[in-house]
Write a protein that binds this ligand. Sequence first.
Ligand SMILES: Nc1ncnc2c1ncn2[C@@H]1O[C@H](COP(=O)(O)OP(=O)(O)OP(=O)(O)O)[C@@H](O)[C@H]1O
Ligand SMILES: [Mg+2]
Length: 228
Amino acid sequence: MVLVKTRNLLKCYPMGLRTLTALRKINLEFQRGEFCGLIGPSGSGKTTLLNIIGSLDVPSQGSVTVLDKKIEELSHVEAARLRRNHIGFIFQTYNLLPLYTAYENVEFPLLLIDMPEAKRKKKVMDALDWLGIADKAESRPAQLSGGESQRVAVARAIVKLPDLVLADEPTANLDAENSFNILEMMVKLNQELNTTFIFATHDEKVIRYLRRKIHLVDGQVVKDEIVN
Ligand SMILES: Nc1ncnc2c1ncn2[C@@H]1O[C@H](COP(=O)(O)OP(=O)(O)OP(=O)(O)O)[C@@H](O)[C@H]1O
Ligand SMILES: [Mg+2]
């Protein structure tokens, strides 16, 4: 089943008299259950594409379909509902809420969907546990290391068991052991719950795990390979 489809995506930024083309002619399909990544040098358009797929950004031209919904036809409220119910985000720069504890950050997406308190509490603690940071539940982001912050961000992205996880450089601030643990947990989610993962990364540790590699150069797909 096709989960995400892009048609002729173009993203341009006006830069004074010139135009910077961040993405051009992106035609991709992602099936449910894929574990794949956008890879390419800095500035090649990975984050831009991930944000457009997640409806956090809009293309200059072209269309994106997620779970049979055309993003460009959705209202802000409908797009927010799609994100809230189906998509988990892990950002390059964590985006944790600074005044909230680790527990509260992970709990946040569950407060947006209807869930009884006891179940919510268990889910949050399970997610923190999976990522080995249950002992940091009461810490605020400023009291966490970069790696711990990223693990909180990963817990927040997966706590509601979304259909699709968009992960932008999720291991950028993690050591080898933490990267390994997070990736193993993501593989487990992928295999057991068929959660779809789309990464943006240039980390070899992540790339080794990918079953499909989409290479971007200057905003274009130059290679799309399935790895066995
Ligand atoms: N808001 C913006 N205004 C102007 N140009 C932008 C904007 N956002 C991104 N760009 C440009 O678009 C191009 C693609 O950026 P993007 O962040 O998608 O790259 P990336 O592949 O994620 O890079 P990195 O590996 O460094 O994260 C870059 O040339 C960048 O400078
Ligand atoms: Mg990026």
